[in-house]
Design a protein around this ligand. Structure first.
Ligand code: ZN
Length: 474
């Protein structure tokens, strides 16, 4: 019985191997056919180019001879060189005549070439063709990189095979499956951005353009930057979803993408938690400097350092990227922190606005206060009754005012005021001024239901009966 089971297993394994080899054979056949077609195209192009040069050379030679210039000698020499191929470049049998009908009958699209520099304009046909095949057929990792040589002042630089490898954020070394080398242009391309990139001022780097990228002096930084760029990630998502639809996923690229996404999500979780903690307590974010390890680096970096003492992931991240400087993404910089504060503020604002819409009616409380640069700003606060019957007050935003004239104040307020406003309140001191008196009457012209209400608490504060203005709690 055991013997029978074993034989069945062996038979299955043999069948699977046979199927695999058949598939491989089929794939090799199609690659060979493709290569043969490309060879024919190249031969045809070579013959055409040769004839063009001969024709141009003859014309130039005639002209120059008439003028008595010696340039014609060089041209003639070139023509003879072309007419008499050297021993190491034998004439291609049967292809000597550019007018050969069999050659011109071959009509292979340029985009089928494995050289991405010859793809020309990218359209749906090109996308379809290469998205089906994947980048592994056009990376040209074993090509001759001599055409990539660039002269830099006193030094020549060229593309190196090492650019095909990179280090992931988690320290793992992997191959850059998306990077393509073009032997004809001596430049590199991004498979994803070349095919799926949108040509806008933010996203399209040179790696996605028709001429490719060939600044080898800055290649390490530029390629790494490109790899982490938003536009590159978007293109990768497009490709992953496209291949997933067809049931063909490039596992290595997908794994790299997921590893990167997961890593940065973990970093952002910690950063957002710190920002929320500091904001809730109304503490200052930044200190005198922005260096990890410095006692003057402020609450934001200080909190991250504190967490890193108990969190190996954050400790490792800070050690590798914390003080890496500009150009190396760490997601710990003050710029990212401010960006996150803005995003979180927008989210909070939309939640408050939803609540106001639910309540429908609201009143406004407006007061002006100078900021640190002595620019006057209007604090705009709304008051409404929530769904559970409680009165709620929320600071919405600062409104910029150019002057204290009635019209300037009115324009600022009216930009956020809607017809559902049912009350308006300014502090008593300001109400005594002509500008605020004018403002409340102007608002009532637009919305007669926006009643003016005296700010009683401010009066108490002014008389010293209350030691804290309620608005300052917001
Ligand atoms: Zn890219």
């Amino acid at each position: 019985m055991e013997l029978l089971v074993r034989q069945v297993h062996l038979k299955r394994a043999a069948e699977q191997k046979l199927a695999f080899f058949k598939k491989e054979l089929q794939s090799t056949k199609s690659k060979l056919q493709n290569a043969l077609q490309q060879l024919e195209v190249a031969q045809a192009a070579f013959s055409c180019a040769r004839d063009d040069v001969i024709e141009a050379g003859t014309q130039t030679g005639d002209n120059e001879t008439e003028q008595g210039d010696n340039v014609s000698v060089e041209v003639d020499a070139n023509i003879n060189e072309l007419r008499q191929p050297s021993a190491d470049q034998p004439e291609i049998g049967g292809l000597a005549s550019a007018s050969s009908p069999t050659l011109h009958a071959v009509d292979i699209p340029a985009y089928t070439s494995t050289d991405p520099g010859t793809w020309g304009e990218i359209n749906d046909e090109v996308r379809e063709y290469w998205a089906d095949r994947g980048p592994q057929f056009c990376q040209n990792m074993t090509a001759d990189f001599s055409t990539s040589v660039q002269q830099y002042k006193s030094k020549k630089r060229r593309f190196s095979k090492s650019f095909f490898n990179c280090r992931l954020v988690n320290g793992e070394n992997v191959r850059r499956d998306w990077l393509l080398y073009s032997p004809s242009k001596g430049a590199v391309y991004c498979f994803l951005c070349r095919l799926f990139g949108v040509n806008d001022k933010n996203g399209h780097s040179k790696l996605g353009c028709a001429d490719g990228f060939n600044d080898w002096k800055h290649a390490n930084e530029r390629i790494a930057d490109h790899e982490g760029s938003e536009s590159h990630c978007k293109c990768m998502l497009v490709w992953i979803s496209r291949t997933a639809e067809q049931g063909k996923i490039h596992n290595e690229l997908k794994r790299q993408y997921e590893t990167e996404s997961q890593y940065w999500s973990e970093v952002l979780k910690r950063v957002v938690a710190v920002i929320k903690f500091i904001s809730e307590r109304e503490l200052a974010f930044r200190g005198d400097d922005q260096q990890f390890g410095s006692p003057q680096n402020g609450n934001y970096l200080g909190c991250l350092e504190l967490i890193s003492q108990f969190d190996p992931f954050l400790r490792e991240h800070i050690a590798r990227f914390g003080n890496a400087g500009k150009g190396t993404p760490s997601y710990l910089s003050s710029t990212v922190c401010e960006e996150l504060i803005d995003l979180m503020g927008d989210k909070l604002l939309s939640v408050i606005l939803d609540k106001i819409r639910m309540a429908k009616y609201f009143s406004i409380i407006v007061d002006s206060t100078p900021d640190i640069s002595h620019s006057d700003q209007l604090t705009f606060i709304v008051r409404y009754v929530s769904e559970d019957g409680n009165t709620e007050e929320h600071f919405l935003k600062f409104l910029h005012i150019s002057s204290h004239t009635v019209e300037s104040l009115f324009n600022s307020v009216i930009s956020v005021l809607t017809e559902n406003c049912r009350g308006q309140c300014f502090d008593n001191t300001s109400n005594m001024s002509a500008a605020y008196k004018g403002l409340q009457s102007r608002i009532r012209e637009v919305n007669p239901l926006a009643e003016w209400v005296l700010c009683g608490t401010y009066s108490e504060l002014s008389w010293g009966k209350c030691n804290q203005h309620p608005l300052s709690k917001l």
